[in-house]
Design a protein around this ligand. Structure first.
Ligand code: ADP
Length: 163
């Protein structure tokens, strides 16, 4: 079984992530989308919420599984018995960081390779933080995330403001 792990914060998932998910799912038997539980960041959505959003957004993709993890991606890949870690590259700015990460991972576990997919051009500018920033000013985010995620983001921002 050819299995890959696609780790990230996915706070929340965007059309850019979904593009990488559907394209990499075509390359392997099973893709595990792995939501990082990062105690150093304060996310908009809890890890459980991010997992549920991804479950719904990937409903139509039968060989995609969604899990959460904490710690190192290579350790999680090993736990899942995955040979590949998938990462998306948007611009040269991603490249520096991603190359360093891939090389470090390779030193930690030489049995896991990083597979890079370049972004589809229409999503090259897109990041979860941009989506949150635009939404916080009431901007239109319907081109960036699926409709049900648009509602969840606005509800969450509204709830945070009224806390
Ligand atoms: P992280 O906090 O690990 O960067 P993200 O959720 O921001 O997690 O991203 C996970 C992965 O998806 C990273 O490899 C990132 O480069 C990639 N990615 C994010 N947005 C896009 C996009 N619009 N197009 C292609 N890849 C993307």
């Amino acid at each position: 079984m050819r299995r890959a792990v696609y780790p990230g914060s996915f706070d929340p998932v965007t059309y850019g992530h979904l593009d990488i998910i559907s394209r990499s799912a075509n390359l392997v038997d099973e893709l595990v989308v792995a939501v990082l539980n990062n105690c150093h960041k304060t996310p908009l959505f809890s890890v459980e919420e991010r997992v549920n959003i991804l479950l719904k957004a990937t409903e139509g993709l039968p060989n995609v599984r969604v899990e959460s993890f904490s710690g190192l991606s290579v350790d999680f890949a090993k736990e899942c018995d995955a040979r590949f870690i998938v990462r998306g590259l948007r611009a040269i700015t991603d490249f520096d960081y991603e190359l360093q990460l891939a090389q470090t991972n390779r030193i930690m576990n030489s049995e896991v390779d990083t597979l890079f997919l370049t972004t589809s051009l229409e999503y090259a500018y897109l990041s979860s933080s941009t989506v949150k920033e635009v939404a916080s000013y009431g901007g239109d985010i319907s081109k960036f995330v699926p409709p049900f995620v648009v509602d969840l983001i606005y509800n969450k921002i509204w709830a945070n403001k009224n806390r």
